[in-house]
Design a binder for this molecule. Structure first.
Ligand code: 13P
Length: 251
């Protein structure tokens, strides 16, 4: 059995003072944090100071994006090796905001995923359907196609111990969430798909997160479903008072 994985995605929010304030609050919960895996995905400019700021807290940190290239003349890009160098353990890949605003398609996301994996990073692959796809009953087709683009490039060894986050696009920042049955059915399908592609043992090493409008009042219900191994949290992760009740609901 894995520990539950709770990932905060701060997106383009917060300054160094906000990170210091969050970490000071997390210090109080050190014994709780030992029972889960908690990762803060803060803006990239702050990653370099996380090792110093986190003061031996039992947490990890990660980036929200990376380049598919290893190095070179790619102005503004950040490589997997650079993220490793500043102590990142995780990197979010293919978040719907990257897909929507920066044109990342399944193939590009898959290349980024592989770049992360070829370093020592654990990619958190985001999959999820848009509202119109949800309404047309295309959820499973969409998320499995997003997953397949990566599976086509990855051996079972590559894929083992990575993370997939199911984030319905229409649930992000809207206060809307799928029903527990909808989450259950997507997560069960993701697990079954991994078993079909690889095998049961490999599939069990992969943690499946749910993300989208997670709050204190829905965390216990959504994050304890079968095949839900944790959560990816946006807005509610920015403040300790809204974040802590989410991970405390998992203890
Ligand atoms: P919210 O928790 O704000 O809905 O964001 C979810 C998300 O996009 C996390 O990656």
């Amino acid at each position: 059995m894995h520990k539950k994985l709770v990932v905060a995605n701060w997106k383009m929010n917060g300054l160094s003072a906000d990170i210091s304030a969050m970490l000071a609050c997390l210090q109080k919960d050190a014994s709780i944090l030992n029972q889960i895996d908690l990762c803060l995905c803060v803006p990239a400019v702050f990653l370099n100071s996380m090792a110093f700021l986190s003061k031996k807290l039992p947490i990890s940190w990660g980036a929200q994006n990376l380049s598919d290239k290893a190095e070179g003349a790619f102005t503004g890009e950040i490589s997997a090796a650079m993220l490793c160098d500043v102590g990142c353990r995780y990197v979010i890949v293919g978040h719907s905001e990257r897909r929507q605003y920066y044109g990342e398609n399944n193939q590009w996301v898959a290349k980024k995923w592989l770049a992360a994996r070829q370093s020592r990073l654990t990619p958190i692959l985001c999959v999820g359907e848009r509202l119109e796809e949800h309404e047309k009953g295309e959820t499973l087709a969409v998320v499995l196609a997003q997953l397949d683009a990566v599976l086509n490039l990855a051996s079972s060894q590559d894929f083992a111990a990575t993370v997939i986050a199911y984030e319905p696009v229409w649930a992000i920042g809207t206060g809307l969430t799928p029903t527990t049955n909808e989450v259950l059915s997507v997560h069960t399908a993701l697990r079954a798909h991994l078993i079909k592609q690889y095998d049961s043992a490999t599939s069990q090493t992969v943690r499946l997160l749910y993300g989208g409008s997670l709050k204190a009042d829905n965390a216990a219900q959504l994050l304890t479903l079968a095949n839900v191994d944790g959560g990816l949290i946006g807005g509610a992760s920015l403040q300790y008072d809204t974040f802590a009740p989410i991970y405390k609901a998992l203890i």
